[in-house]
Design a protein around this ligand. Sequence first.
Ligand code: ADP
Ligand code: MG
Length: 225
Amino acid sequence: MMRNPTPIPRILLNNVSCMRNAQTVLRDINVSVHDGGALVLTGANGSGKTTFLRMLAGFCAPSAGEILWDGHDITSSSGVYDQYKLLLNWLPLKDAIKEKKTVLHNVRLFEFLEGKQGRSMEAIEFMGLGRLANEEARLLSMGQRKRLQLARLLAIDRPFWLLDEPSVALDAEGVKLLEYIIDAHRKKGGIVIVATHQQIRIEDAMSLRLPERFPRRKTLVDMLR
Ligand SMILES: Nc1ncnc2c1ncn2[C@@H]1O[C@H](COP(=O)(O)OP(=O)(O)O)[C@@H](O)[C@H]1O
Ligand SMILES: [Mg+2]
C-alpha cells in the first residue's frame, strides 16, 4: 500500500552557515517552512538577521550547507534561482522610494515591473495613505514611508515575503495592519519570514533567535547601571 509521503517543505535550510568579512555570521542553521508558514528572526543588532534574509533572497550565498526550494538548491546553476526569485517580495530597510514621484507612482512602479496593473490604489488605500496618493513621496513621514512599502507588498502578488524590520516607525494602527496583512497572506498559502526586534503578533510562527556573535564588551548601557 502506498503511504502518503511527508510533503517536501517549500523552503529548507540544511546546515546553513554564512560568512561575511571572513567571519562566520550564521552557523549551522536548520529550518523548514511549509506553505502558510511564518518564521520570526530575532537577535541583537549585528546577530545576522539581515544576512539571513539576504541569503534567502539569493543576494549572498551560504558558505556551507544548502537552501532548498521545493527540494532544489537555489544556488545551483540550473536556473532554479531564476524561477525562485520571481516568487520573492523583499521589504528592505532602505525603502527605494523616489522622492519626487507621487505615492501612487512609487507603488505602481512595482506593478509595472511585474507586468501587472490595477491593484496599487487599493493597496494604498488599505494602508491608510489614500489621501496622499497624489502627493510627492518626499512629504511622507517615516511611518508613512513604511506603509508605502507595505502597499507594494499588497500590490503585487508574490508568495514568499522577506521582511526586514517591517514594523520600525509604524504607529500602533500601522502595526495592526502589518499583522493583518501577514495573516491574510498566510491564509492564502503565502510564506512570511520576518526579521524584527519589536513585538509583532504572528500566530503559530516559528521563531529563531540568532545568538550574539561576540562576548559582550562593556557598553554605555552597562556603564549607566
Ligand atoms: N556588506 C557587509 N560586509 C561585511 N560584513 C557585513 C556586511 N553587512 C553586514 N555585515 C556584518 O555581518 C554581521 C551581521 O549583520 P546583519 O545581518 O546586518 O545583522 P542584523 O540585521 O541582525 O543587525 C554584522 O557583524 C555586520 O557588521
Ligand atoms: Mg538588520
